[in-house]
Write a protein that binds this ligand. Structure first.
Ligand code: NAP
Length: 203
């Protein structure tokens, strides 16, 4: 065996993104924002994602399966069939939707305003993924312990923009390698940031 292959065999395996999904203690809760963003902060166009990256959507499914997810009404309506994602209880922020229709979905709740959304989060434990859109990211960011970001290496025509992530108080704890999306030929990479002093949920 050549020294090159020996060396590559002995390379330490770096930390994986999933290492930041540490086991939570019983009753513990963690708010985690998840978004894919282009270089200008674009996240959406009309009622659609800016760029649906196949691998990124698979990753979202893998990461969030079984956990509570938080969405705004417009993001909910952007899902296939305007229906919630299977296998995940939803907290839906909307002043216009019908509470009974939302409650019919597995362990889901309609939250008609921000205080009731924060209260619903406080009544749940485990991981709570903030899936957007921009209005929801803006209001929930102060309470998030982590932000899982997909950075698309392009500026695309967007109608909806992510908020400016504050530099202060947030630290990058993991950055992944670059990938190339086969269908758009655009590069993207993942990053995880942690907020040192996330606001506690009001009780
Ligand atoms: N790239 C990504 O990672 C990503 C992720 C998610 C979404 N997106 C994109 O983002 C876009 C949608 O974002 P958006 O900001 O326009 O919409 P949104 O955040 O999904 O939903 C906005 C709606 O949420 C409700 N809402 C927000 N704040 C509220 C409050 N304090 N009280 C009561 N209701 C409240 C309102 O619903 P009512 O009008 O019913 O009251 C409001 O119209 C789409 O293009 C989507 O594809 C991108």
């Amino acid at each position: 065996m050549s020294s090159l292959s020996l060396r590559s065999l002995s390379l330490p395996t770096g930390p994986r993104a999933e290492d930041h999904l540490r086991q939570l203690a019983p009753g513990e809760r963690r708010l985690m924002l998840l978004a894919s963003v282009d270089r200008a902060g674009g996240i959406g166009r009309g009622d659609e994602l800016l760029l649906p990256l196949r691998q990124d959507l698979r990753r979202l499914r893998r990461l969030t399966m079984g956990d509570t997810v938080v969405v705004g009404r417009r993001t909910l309506e952007s899902f296939p069939g305007s229906r919630p994602l299977a296998g995940r209880p939803h907290l839906v922020l909307s002043a216009s939707l019908d509470a009974a229709a939302i409650a019919a979905w597995e362990d889901s709740e309609l939250c008609p305003d921000l205080p009731s959304l924060l209260d619903a989060c406080a009544r749940r434990s485990g991981r709570i993924w903030i899936l957007g859109g921009a209005a929801v990211y803006r209001q929930l960011l102060p309470y998030c312990q982590q932000a899982w970001l997909t950075h698309i290496d392009a500026v695309l025509p967007a109608a909806t923009h992510f908020l400016e992530m504050p530099e202060q108080g947030w630290t990058t704890v993991w950055r992944g390698p670059g990938y190339l999306d086969r269908s758009s030929h655009l590069a993207y990479h993942y990053e995880i940031r942690c907020q040192q002093k996330a606001l506690p949920l009001p009780r």
